[in-house]
Design a protein around this ligand. Structure first.
Ligand SMILES: Cc1cc2nc3c(=O)[nH]c(=O)nc-3n(C[C@H](O)[C@H](O)[C@H](O)COP(=O)(O)OP(=O)(O)OC[C@H]3O[C@@H](n4cnc5c(N)ncnc54)[C@H](O)[C@@H]3O)c2cc1C
Length: 607
């Protein structure tokens, strides 16, 4: 089973990605150059990632007292990824990039996520360096970002602390100016940082010459106290090893120490660390405190970080999607080959008959079709959002602004919907395998464990839901929601004219109205405690409506093609979504619109 035909249909036929090369920035590109990138990524993923997915799961990173040891396969995969140019795929030619549309970059990265989601931490390095290209000084771009793009250095994002996860306003890592003339350092205003950062992915390893940490910390006010809330947060570059303004290692170790490795349920190919900054283990110039260079202005750290959030969240959604897809393909293959049971006819079962393959049982088909509907639908949504990123950056005028606002509304869905439903797909993939799925002899249990992370990091499910109902659908007078409704209605208008789609177009229209009226009802009292008590069911209903729209639009696009097996599959998945999934939204929205406080009001002692 190959991903490529599905990807080709969605990208070229449904999203018309080729038309992006009419934009000046992408003028050198064509379908041939896009395909060449996909060929390369598909090959590297097949040769350097997929064969080692189990290896990185069983050979967890370990600390030998000096270094964090990872399997050789991880080093080889990292090298091959850097050599492919993917670390700087979307960057300008002048910095060695390929000026690829983000849509193509995201699609190309899908091959790696499906082959082995945790073996590479390239997306973190790219995110880190891309942020510096926007907010860094020329020297910071040259010394840090460019060396990350080449793969010489790797990058991290250090936001979380042991006591501050969802609530970043409570970070306590402290940054103080590093003596006289601290502002004159060629690499940026120089501070000393002290604090602990928890859960830092790729925080320690030997995969690159240096690790560039981007760290959120607070600069104390004149009274020496940390400023409460997110306003006090600033952003710093903290290299593991000190570098000079030419980017050469000086031989001095910065005061960043590994306090411990976290041992995870899944995603074990990437180290996960507790890092101590500035505890004095590696004093610099005889002094405790990790040296950090300010990025952007003081107190604007979160704003800089959030610049990267849309793409980071699409990246998480894509990873969840591809883990779901890997499980779907594995269970489809298994179901085609596993003989078990006999068909039930009017006279019962005939034991004299040979067994049939489990794919012939209706319930197994149900589980396979559910996976297909979740994962291919999620892939379409991620690519659609990636295309919006390109619209935002290159369309100009009103179209760019509309794309920005639509992305604001869709990002919580792009991150959370696949995290929940492609995880459910992984659970179904285990179920299709029966007992074998519960063993390590088959890959599906690992996909589920790897995927379980995605509802937790980059903003938990609950936090995303509150962002959607508490902020995104209300912002700019609800214009984002109106824009989305207009796009959904445009699909409905076309689909209603097609006999095979009209019934579903009507169902989508009703779902959209229901989401709109439930949004109003949730906020009818203006009381956030009441409105947001059921933010997750709201996000589930909103997400299912968006996916129903996506499927209808995809099915519609397929009508102009030969009505072959792939189109029959798309129509089947679309019908599955409308018959088995979309009706769920009424139950989810009921508690939202009645502002049901069953959960919120239960006293703690009653649990
Ligand atoms: C494998 C892994 C990799 C990670 N990588 C990184 C990384 O590279 N860099 C980094 O900075 N961080 C990283 N994280 C941290 C991750 O972003 C946090 O775990 C996440 O933000 C949640 O924070 P927490 O674990 O402290 O949970 P908490 O914030 O304590 O949340 C616990 C539960 O309470 C809920 N909750 C919390 N606050 C509220 C609220 N106000 N209203 C309603 N519900 C609420 C949450 O939704 C959640 O269900 C990683 C985490 C893991 C597990």
């Amino acid at each position: 089973m190959s991903l490529r035909p599905t990807l080709d249909f969605l990208l070229y036929h449904w999203l018309d990605a080729e038309s992006l090369n009419q934009r000046e920035r992408f003028a050198d590109h064509s379908r041939e150059t896009f395909d060449a990138v996909f060929d390369t990524c598909e090959r590297i993923a097949r040769e350097k990632y997929a064969p080692f997915n189990r290896t990185v799961d069983t050979q967890e990173p370990h600390f030998d007292g000096e270094k964090v040891i990872l399997p050789q396969a991880t080093h080889d995969a990292q090298k091959a990824y850097a050599a492919s140019g993917m670390l700087s795929a979307a960057q300008d030619y002048e910095v060695g990039g390929m000026q690829l549309p983000y849509t193509v970059e995201a699609a190309a990265n899908a091959f790696f996520a499906m082959a082995s989601v945790s073996i590479g931490s390239g997306l973190l390095t790219t995110g880190n360096a891309n942020l510096l290209m926007v907010h860094g000084t020329d020297a910071q771009k040259e010394v840090f970002a460019k060396n990350e793009f080449s793969g010489r250095f790797s990058g991290t994002m250090c936001l979380s602390e042991p006591q501050a996860g969802s609530s970043l306003s409570d970070v306590t890592t402290r940054a103080v100016p590093d003596g006289e003339g601290f502002e004159a350092d060629p690499l940026g205003a120089r501070y000393r940082l002290k604090g602990n950062k928890m859960w830092i992915s790729a925080g320690e390893h030997e995969l690159a010459d240096n690790i560039i940490h981007l760290v959120l910390a607070k600069i104390p006010g004149p009274d020496g106290k940390l400023i409460a809330g997110t306003r006090g947060i600033s952003l710093f570059i903290v290299p593991k090893k000190m570098v000079n303004p030419q980017g050469e290692l000086t031989g001095v170790r910065n005061d960043v120490a590994l306090a411990g490795l976290n041992h995870k349920l899944g995603w074990r190919g990437t180290t996960n660390t507790l890092l101590n900054f500035g505890e004095g283990k590696y004093p610099v110039d005889g002094q405790a405190g990790a040296v950090g260079y300010l990025v952007g202005k003081p107190h604007e750290g979160l704003r800089c970080m959030f610049h990267m959030m849309n793409e980071a969240r699409i990246g998480v959604g894509m990873a969840a999607t591809m883990l779901g897809m890997a499980g779907y393909y594995a269970s489809l293959d298994y179901a085609k080959n596993r003989p078990q049971g006999r068909p039930v006819g009017v006279g019962g079962k005939d034991a004299a008959q040979p067994q049939i393959r489990i794919i012939e049982h209706a319930d197994v088909k149900r589980m396979l079709l559910a996976q297909k509907a979740y994962c291919e639908g999620a892939l379409a949504l991620e690519l659609y959002c990636a295309r919006l990123v390109d619209e935002h950056h290159t369309a100009g005028g009103q179209a760019a602004d509309d794309a920005r606002l639509l992305l604001e509304v869709l990002t919580p869905i792009a991150k959370s919907w696949p995290s929940e439903w492609c995880l459910e797909a992984n659970s179904l993939a285990i179920q299709v395998h029966g007992g074998y799925g519960y063993t390590r002899d088959f890959p599906v249990e690992q996909y589920w464990r790897d995927n379980r992370l995605n509802m937790i990091h980059e903003g938990t499910h609950g936090i995303q839901a509150m962002d959607l109902l508490g902020r995104k659908v209300l912002m700019e007078g609800g214009r984002g929601l109106q824009l989305l409704a207009a796009r959904i209605n445009a699909t409905i208008e076309k689909a209603i004219q097609q006999p095979e789609l009209a019934e579903h177009a009507n169902a989508l229209g009703k779902a959209l109205q229901h989401v709109g009226s439930a949004t109003k009802a949730a906020w009818a009292t203006g009381e956030p405690g009441e409105a947001l008590a059921n933010a997750v069911p709201y996000m589930q209903a909103f997400g299912h409506t968006v996916l129903a729209w996506t499927w209808l639009d995809v099915a519609l696009a397929g009508l102009s093609l030969p009505q072959d097996a792939p189109q029959a599959g798309r129509m089947g998945a679309m019908r599955y979504f409308y018959h088995y999934e979309l009706p769920k939204i009424d139950a989810w929205l009921k508690v939202v619109e009645t502002r049901d406080l069953t959960c919120a009001d239960l006293p703690e002692e009653a649990f």
